[in-house]
Design a protein around this ligand. Structure first.
Ligand SMILES: Cc1cc2nc3c(=O)[nH]c(=O)nc-3n(C[C@H](O)[C@H](O)[C@H](O)COP(=O)(O)OP(=O)(O)OC[C@H]3O[C@@H](n4cnc5c(N)ncnc54)[C@H](O)[C@@H]3O)c2cc1C
Length: 476
């Protein structure tokens, strides 16, 4: 089929859907994006959740993956308003003695601050940092593909394969280095004794040194808006307020790319799918959920360690043992008392986020899948532990349970923010061995339930669209 006469539909305007739509539009297909919600962007949206003038990131806030993304690097997003801000420090991790472990962009500075563990940290991570631009296309792609730099990937795999907690105990002797590693590994949303959990710690740290952990000026909505404007400049069309309930609604599009998770895809296409594929999708596992909280603040968070006020992200949870104990217990039904909390404080570095002199802060912790627990008190106690007097600065708060997150964005099944558990099996066969393809001719999956998985990078959409275009050209 000639792509200049073909048309395509993309279900949803998440970063993966928009990226897929751009790739298709650039290839000459008349492409339409349908978004269920009134506003576009999926997990990259911002809104005044608390008080007028306080702009909060509803889902994603900090973007090492967007800054590393080969897909985004190929789009002129700066021309469409996307501007990155690098906080002075990507990450701080406060400890009970009032100090903080620090990840600076500079590897030298980080190693110097890690003291006795600096050399071990450098030995492991320096090759990944040096060759980050070569490593990223391999780890932001299906893992079954033949790698372009097999030795580099093998070297990374030898460190990444291990469970994070025992690896940190073996490599590092100080509480600071172990805690820093554990906080990064916890982004996996895996137990820290699960094989593969160390991978997340290495890649987030390597990204921090290679490209930083930047935030977009104006909020993560700026990423979605830039992608959408670029797409429209290519002739693409976006229709908001249009939940797609069945593939039949999309007519005879040559290609249909679905930025939805397997459970929703079953609802969209189930009547057309062979039983075997339905069973495979039914067996796809979702992971723990998150409980999200946003604050409007009268002043910056009063961290005991002044270093924390220089960091875009602060990992609040204390030692490796505490973080591991909390994350390991998420398979149960109730979250424990002292959560590991991820905090972002964008207004310290971006004055557009709050009225003058006032601030926003964003936080979440993992909770068991679909948990109904209200974690407000537990999250605020953890922040207060490292920032006494914090609560006195809270002007307003907005919270979201897993069910509320799923109402905001149907892809957040049970509050799972990664589009399905990211254990070794589901990282390789994501969501099935067909990856982006489905048994239906011209119909593809392109959400974070496909490789390389969660985060704002658009690479699921990028690879899915490339696969779809290859198949379309094969029919010509
Ligand atoms: C609280 C939270 C914090 C996060 N923090 C970060 C972070 O700091 N950095 C980072 O990189 N990532 C973060 N993420 C993850 C990131 O947001 C996601 O991995 C990413 O947005 C996935 O993109 P996607 O395009 O696959 O799907 P999504 O962005 O989830 O978009 C899916 C879209 O599909 C729409 N939709 C669903 N069903 C239909 C339908 N039937 N018809 C039409 N439209 C439909 C939804 O309305 C939604 O707009 C966070 C997520 C959450 C929830």
């Amino acid at each position: 089929m000639d792509s200049s006469t073909a048309n395509a539909c993309v279900v949803s305007s998440g970063p993966n859907g928009l990226t897929a739509a751009i790739v298709l539009a650039k290839a000459g297909l008349r492409t339409t994006v349908f978004e269920a919600q009134p506003t576009i962007g999926g997990g990259a949206r911002s809104a005044e959740l608390t008080l007028p003038g306080f702009v909060h990131d509803v889902c994603s806030a900090v973007h090492p993956w967007a800054a590393s993304s080969p897909a985004f690097a190929g789009f002129p997003l700066a021309q469409y308003g996307l501007e990155w801000i690098q906080p002075p420090l990507p990450l701080a991790h406060p400890l009970d003695d009032g100090s903080a472990a620090i990840m600076a962009m500079s590897l030298d500075e980080t190693c110097a601050r890690l003291g006795a563990d600096g050399a071990a940290y450098r030995r492991s991570i320096a090759p990944m940092v040096r060759r980050w631009r070569e490593l990223v296309p391999m780890i932001q792609a299906p893992l079954l593909r033949m790698p372009v730099h097999p030795w580099l990937l093998a070297r990374f795999g030898a460190l990444a394969f291990w469970p994070a907690a025992p690896l940190a105990r073996r490599l590092f002797s100080t509480e600071a280095a172990r805690a820093l590693f554990a906080g990064n590994a916890a982004h996996s949303v895996l137990p820290l004794d699960a094989f593969g959990s160390a991978a997340f710690a290495w890649v987030l740290a390597a990204a921090g040194h290679a490209v930083g952990w930047p935030i977009p000026r104006g909020g993560s909505q700026a990423i979605a808006n830039a992608l959408a404007s670029y797409f429209e400049s290519l002739g693409g069309r976006i229709v908001a307020n249009s939940p797609i309930r069945s593939l039949d609604e999309l007519g005879d599009a040559s290609l249909v790319l679905c930025d939805v998770t397997p459970r929703q895809f079953l609802a969209l296409a189930g009547n057309r799918l062979p039983d075997r594929f339905c069973h495979k999708l039914e067996g796809y596992r979702y992971g723990p959920g998150v409980f999200k909280i946003d604050w409007a603040l009268s002043a910056p968070i009063p961290w005991k360690s002044a270093e924390c006020a220089r960091a875009g992200t602060v990992h609040v949870g204390g030692s490796l043992d505490e973080i591991a104990a909390y994350e390991n217990a998420l398979a149960g039904t109730a979250p424990s008392e002292r959560p590991f909390v991820l905090v972002a404080q964008p207004s310290l570095f971006d004055s557009s986020r709050a009225p003058s002199g006032q601030h926003t802060a964003w936080a979440y912790c993992h909770v068991p899948h679909a948990s109904t627990a209200d974690m407000t008190e537990r999250i605020e106690s953890q922040v207060e532990r490292f920032a006494p007097g914090f609560r006195a600065h809270v002007l307003a708060r907005h919270t979201m349970t897993p069910a509320e997150l799923e109402r905001h964005n149907a892809n957040l099944v049970g509050g799972d923010i990664t589009g399905g558990a990211q254990d070794l099996r589901q990282l390789v066969l994501r969501p099935t061995r067909l990856l982006y393809r489905t048994p239906l001719d011209g119909v593809y999956l392109c959400s974070s339930s496909t490789p390389p998985g969660g985060a704002v990078h658009g690479m699921c959409g990028f690879h899915a669209a490339q696969t779809a275009l290859r198949d379309l050209r094969g029919k010509a």
